[in-house]
Write a protein that binds this ligand. Structure first.
Ligand code: ATP
Ligand code: MG
Length: 158
């Protein structure tokens, strides 16, 4: 399905914004530009739901969650960043492995299975994109993924 990515992304963020009880602030750094992507919207919704749920789960009270989208050479890079406890650098790539959780004791109290990001990676790769994380312990985590832009707002097809 071909959708305007920022519109799709905004709707998902809206849903979290309406239901969030936690004291976190959302900051959308999204332009009005239209980037059309060809995606399975159910699957991308699942990917974003997991990344945003993680960001909320690991955010402290008063934390900011930032949402950004950047385009370069017909590739869209989507980023979601939080100000949570972060992930030790030696483990940051492992969070996309099945059942991997940074701290088992902490993970148990947080709930979940440790499958969310493994599924996200599968789905992003099935769309021809990449997904990765950058994190600094004590400062926060940013999850990035890419999607191919099919058409921009001038109607230019790739
Ligand atoms: P599930 O998504 O299945 O409910 P989960 O959230 O524990 O469980 P993943 O989403 O795959 O599993 O994340 C794997 C692990 O990566 C988490 O258990 C957590 O340790 C770490 N992690 C993921 N996102 C963040 C984040 N934003 N900040 C800190 N740690 C994170
Ligand atoms: Mg998760």
């Amino acid at each position: 399905e071909i959708v305007n990515f920022n519109q799709f992304f905004n709707r998902i963020i809206d849903r979290f914004e309406l239901s969030k009880s936690q004291h976190v602030t959302f900051q959308r750094m999204l332009s009005d530009k239209a980037y059309y992507v060809d995606i399975d919207t159910d699957k991308l919704t699942q990917v974003l739901d997991n990344i945003i749920s993680n960001a909320m789960k690991y955010s402290p009270d008063g934390g900011n969650i930032r949402f950004g989208v950047a385009e370069q050479d017909h590739v869209l890079t989507v980023m979601i960043s939080d100000e949570g406890m972060g992930i030790p650098s030696e483990n940051v790539n492992r969070i996309f492995d099945r059942f991997y959780r940074v701290d088992r004791a902490r993970a148990r109290s947080m709930g979940g299975t440790g499958l969310g990001l493994a599924i996200a990676r599968e789905m992003i790769e099935a769309h021809g994109g990449r997904i990765w994380a950058e994190s600094e312990e004590g400062y926060g985590t940013t999850i990035f993924f890419t999607l191919k832009v099919e058409m921009d707002e001038e109607g230019e097809w790739d």
